[in-house]
Design a binder for this molecule. Sequence first.
Ligand SMILES: Nc1nc2c(ncn2[C@@H]2O[C@H](COP(=O)(O)OP(=O)(O)O)[C@@H](O)[C@H]2O)c(=O)[nH]1
Ligand SMILES: [Mg+2]
Length: 393
Amino acid sequence: MLLGLVGKPSVGKSTFFKAATMAEVEIASYPFTTIKANHGVGYVKVDCIDKEFNTQCNPNKGFCINHNRFVPVELMDVAGLVKGASEGKGLGNQFLDDLRNADAFIHIVDVSGTTNEKGEVTENHNPCGDIEFLEEELNLWYYHIFMKVWRGFAKKTEMEKGKFSAAVAKQFSGLKVSEGQVKDALKKTNLSEKASTWNQNQLMEFVSILRKISKPMIVAANKCDHSNAVENITKIKNKFPELLIYPCSADSELALRQAAKAGLIEYIPGEKDFKIIKEISNKQKEGLERIKKNVLDKFGGTGVQEILNLAVFNLLKYIAIFPAGANKLGDSKGNILPDCFLLPGGSTALDFAYFLHTDFGKGFIKAIDARLKMARGKEYLLKHRDALEIITR
Ligand SMILES: Nc1nc2c(ncn2[C@@H]2O[C@H](COP(=O)(O)OP(=O)(O)O)[C@@H](O)[C@H]2O)c(=O)[nH]1
Ligand SMILES: [Mg+2]
């Protein structure tokens, strides 16, 4: 699972990345984790099932605070996108190359209106244009890839009926586009497989729908602490009713996590409050009060955690599954509920077995629901926060 942070320069991508990948005090043994340049580990927050079993878990990966389980997901901070990137402008192609492996995008938009389209300081900039331009660049990126082969394979695949989707998926395989997604795009656009007959509008419509399906996007309306933010959020919500838009303040989240790490406050990412637990200076106090008043009280949190959760559980429709013995929640080392895995929605008990290990899949006899002590068959559809043991031959 890889989430790519995209947007024009100076909207707060790196701040969001830093905040989201920073672990705090209780988790001092999980420092900022860099995988490679601009790749890091962030977390989605799941209601941990350990409290239902009256116990405390010991995660192998991620961490758990007050029964809030933080499950790792990979994040990527991409260089700012400027107009013409799909034509190679700015970091252009390299930038787009970075995005190929992303499963979903978090589009960071500056709703303070204080940065222009190039990320330079300005006043009263309308963020609607930023959303339009980014979508356009992404669509053009897909368009260029599609057009490279369009003429040739439009004819070829028409000879073999039904092969169109496979051929398109192959052309886009570097972008993690599946055949099913191409079929979805055809259905949604109501276009025939006779691609050679498509006009310019139809071609653009097809690539833009395919892009939306294969790289779903949430808009992080960042800098919501700014006085112009509410007005601008209303603007983008009215203009783009089909987009998932959520307000956030990345630098407020960063400040809170840093204060928590320094032992000044107790703060659980995603919560709408914090507790001061140490003597702090007036300046620190004022800063924290400002965050409380302008962000937490107004928006119910900084939004950073919520956006990661929305991306994984709403956009990508993943679910969190806990491997758990029906009679024993620990592993051989005595760690309680050490794992929590993210699986695509619609996964079955058998998919889960294969996910754990091919041998578990091959030898699958049944799954046992650790809560209900009930057997489940191969086809059982997993639910978010299921706790299952796989019994094998
Ligand atoms: N007011 C405000 N400023 C922010 C917020 N997030 C980031 N910034 C500021 O925006 C500027 C650009 O941030 P940066 O993360 O470097 O942007 P990037 O170019 O998109 O990576 C910096 O001065 C940040 O401190 C926020 O939530 N509110
Ligand atoms: Mg940056």
